[in-house]
Design a protein around this ligand. Structure first.
Ligand code: SF4
Length: 406
């Protein structure tokens, strides 16, 4: 048996201790953000008029699409034809719609402006993982990652260019928030993935998107209205939407409690993922600055309410960071906090191994610590899995969508 972690830290590691419910929790003695690295939380995207993307078909609800088509002087049935091309065949360029008259195609082009310009595409895992960097209107850069697994395909998308939540371990957070994406810019990332799969350009043969996870750049609940409208475009049945099951959609939040409550009231059974990363306020205040606004207890209460209302199990995301949050006592506290709110497996812990970065304070846990963390949760009856780190070699694992091209 490895020595209990709290004891190991007592033998001289530069850590302080706090206590919670009788547990001695080690804390770093120096701030986790480097001097000069601390950033203020930014909830509202900066307003930059010139960066505003043009209106696109993907921004519009079905009734608004019909109105937009009529405003071009075209008969209403053209809207249905366009929808069939777009959502049924993944053809987004009017010049491809050869069953429509040339004039009509030219007129409809105004509803299909270019939103995402591919800058770079990297593949890994023998072509089964594809990361794309996109330039938005105004020049900001985002990324999305498509990952194929046996029997399913997941696309991880961005909801903002940059992020205002300032988590010190996250490359995106260090760049700050540039702007929030429009509904169409969010949907267009999924649309591109559908085209890549339908046309067989991704290894594994033709396929479709089954899962969409909002775990790329940005805090989705800080861009609530656009994200919610995008979710509705994704779940709306064909030919008015992509027809993706709501159960295949996951919205990840770092802990915007009012947004979680709002999401629960939408009556859309999507999965909520909470990026917790620490079960105690002392450490989480430093790891996740938004914790200074909404504490662990409030966040887990909101997550529990979400599970109760939607009947969907909440995913608790926990990146295991060596000697920072990976101690067995924190596994015990996490288990206790989850179990005391309900014992019907309302939450599932998803442990995320970091990339091993020798010398960095943000590096992977030791294998034995990772194993102990898992065993402590399992022993307490908490469902737990270790996340597949697909896309590691292209820096595409979620939470690491570094704005290296920005
Ligand atoms: S970890 Fe998530 S919420 Fe935190 S700064 Fe990075 S992208 Fe934003």
């Amino acid at each position: 048996m490895p020595a209990p972690q709290a004891e190991r830290f007592k033998r001289g590691d530069p850590l302080e201790h706090t206590s919670k419910g009788g547990l001695a929790l080690p804390l770093p003695t120096s701030p986790l953000a480097e001097p000069g690295e601390e950033r203020a939380l930014v909830f509202d995207a900066p307003v930059r008029g010139s960066a505003k993307p043009p209106k696109h078909w993907f921004d519009l609800e079905p009734a608004a699409r019909a109105t937009a088509v009529a405003a071009l002087g075209l008969p209403a049935y053209r809207a249905r034809q366009v929808a069939t091309h777009v959502f049924g065949r993944y053809e987004y360029r009017p010049e491809e719609w050869t069953d429509l008259p040339t004039d009509a195609r030219a007129q409809l082009a105004v509803l299909f402006p270019s939103l995402l310009t591919p800058l770079q595409e990297l593949t890994a895992d023998r072509g089964l993982t594809v990361k794309t960097a996109w330039a938005l209107t105004g020049g900001a850069v985002i990324e999305s990652v498509l990952m194929r697994y046996p029997g399913r395909t997941t696309v991880c998308i961005s909801s903002q260019a940059g992020c205002g939540m300032a988590c010190p371990f996250c490359a995106t957070g260090q760049g700050g928030l540039q702007r929030s994406l429009s509904t169409a810019e969010i949907v267009a990332q999924v649309a591109d993935a559908e085209t890549k799969l339908a046309t067989g350009v991704v290894a594994g043969g033709p396929g479709q998107v089954n899962n969409v996870v909002f775990m790329g750049m940005g805090e989705p609940l800080a861009n609530y209205v656009a994200v919610m409208a995008a979710l509705r475009q994704l779940v709306r049945p064909k030919p008015d939407g992509f027809g993706i099951s709501a159960r295949g959609l996951t919205v990840s939040t770092v802990g915007l409690v009012p947004g979680i409550a709002r999401l629960a009231a939408e009556e859309l059974p999507i999965t909520l993922a909470v990026s917790l990363h620490a079960p105690d306020d002392e450490l989480r205040d430093e790891l996740i600055p938004v914790n200074q606004r909404w504490k662990v207890g409030e966040l887990l209460d909101a997550a529990w309410d979400y599970a109760r209302i939607t009947k969907r199990r909440v995913s608790i995301e926990y990146a295991l960071i060596r000697d920072i949050n990976d101690q067995a006592v924190r596994a015990d506290l996490l288990a206790r906090e989850l179990r005391r709110r309900g014992d019907w497996n309302w939450a599932h812990v998803n442990l995320i191994p970091l990339n091993p970065t020798p010398g960095s304070k943000w590096t992977a846990s030791r294998r034995r610590d990772q194993q102990t963390f898992i065993e402590r949760l399992e022993r307490a009856g908490v469902p737990v899995t270790l996340r597949d780190t697909r896309g590691r070699e292209i820096d595409g694992a979620c939470g690491q969508l570094a704005a290296s091209l920005a």
